[in-house]
Design a protein. Structure first.
Length: 338
């Protein structure tokens, strides 16, 4: 990607104005780099490639250029994109056998990018608006049964400070249903022991209150005692961060994944299970125990109720399995030997 392009302006907008995480902005950047490379390749192979421009100018189509300044080649191509170019790109991704989910994500990136250009008056309209998102197959989220969760939570040792930390991490994830990114962002004063709630900073810097069980709070308290003793003899410890690594710095989401992989193996559970599975398990178990959908939506921090509704499908699927196991299909034998 060339320096000082409109793509870099877009990424800066995501990071500094929209407050997207570094990881999310990096994913957007990778999508835009791929699209730019596609446009360059298409322009070079096209028998009627657009002539290079030193100045932006008017061109026909939904994405009419309205700026008037010298721009790099990649920006020229990006500003000249129309709905047909976007559809051709989706066809290209489909030929490369990208999944529907990945194609939908890349299209969402383009939609955000061109919305940004319109907002900054670099285009008069968004060429991606008329392009439909590919219909995706809904995959039911995976969850653990109660006994599996119990086995996992009982695996970390409580007699070492790292073991106590890991148990507190797993207990917090399951008891609150928060995301791993929200877990690692927790600070010491985010835990309200008296009110039995956790102050969570979610996606888009939105804050919410998540109830937490008393047993999880006891485990967190036990870990804090270990943590505070370690901190007394180590000036590198970050005093405000709740879950720290062995050097006293904030844990990363990747570190949490590695810890969970370790305990999954120790508990004899499927090692492909992710920390997010505990969030799915929390939601599923809440609904199984009579919680209403709107309450679970608020606890999970979902913007849309439709996102939470996937868990009702889990319940239906589970009930169906239980019914079929109790009532096996008849084979034609009515019990009378006829």
């Amino acid at each position: 990607m060339e320096d000082n392009t409109i793509i870099q302006d877009f990424l800066n907008y995501l990071k500094f104005e929209k407050r997207f995480s570094e990881h999310t902005a990096k994913c957007y950047g990778a999508d835009m780099s791929q699209f730019s490379e596609y446009l360059i390749g298409a322009s070079e192979s096209s028998p009627i490639a657009p002539e290079p421009m030193s100045l932006t100018g008017h061109h026909d189509g939904p994405g009419t250029v309205v700026a008037t300044q010298a721009i790099p080649k990649v920006d020229q191509l990006l500003l000249m994109v129309d709905v047909n170019a976007v559809r051709a790109y989706l066809a290209f991704l489909n030929e490369k056998q990208y999944s529907k989910a990945t194609i939908a994500r890349k299209l969402a990136t383009l939609r955000s990018f061109y919305k940004f250009l319109v907002k900054r008056n670099q285009l008069s309209s968004n060429p991606v608006i008329a392009v439909r998102t590919p219909k995706q197959e809904k995959k039911l989220p995976r969850f653990l049964e109660y006994e599996e969760v119990k086995r996992l939570l009982e695996t970390p040792p409580m007699d070492t400070w790292l073991g106590a930390r890991d148990k507190a991490i797993l207990e917090t994830l399951y008891s609150t249903g928060i995301r791993v990114s929200e877990l690692v962002a927790l600070n010491m004063d985010d835990i309200d022991f008296l009110g039995e709630v956790v102050h969570v900073r979610g996606k888009g810097k939105k804050e919410r209150i998540a109830p937490i069980g008393s047993s999880a709070l006891q485990v967190i308290q036990h870990y804090m005692e270990f943590r505070n003793k370690r901190a007394q003899n180590n000036t590198n410890f970050d005093s405000k961060v709740l879950f720290v690594n062995k050097h006293g710095r904030r844990l990363s989401t990747r570190s949490v994944r590695r810890k969970m992989d370790k305990y999954l193996k120790m508990a004899g559970l499927d090692p492909s299970i992710s920390p997010h599975t505990l969030r799915h398990s929390f939601a599923t178990h809440m609904l199984n125990n009579g919680a209403d959908l709107r309450s679970v939506q608020e606890l999970l921090g979902h913007q849309s109720l439709s996102t939470t509704q996937i868990y009702t499908h889990l319940n239906t699927t589970k009930l169906k399995e239980v019914y079929e196991s109790a009532h096996p299909r008849e084979t034609g034998d009515n019990g009378d030997g006829l």
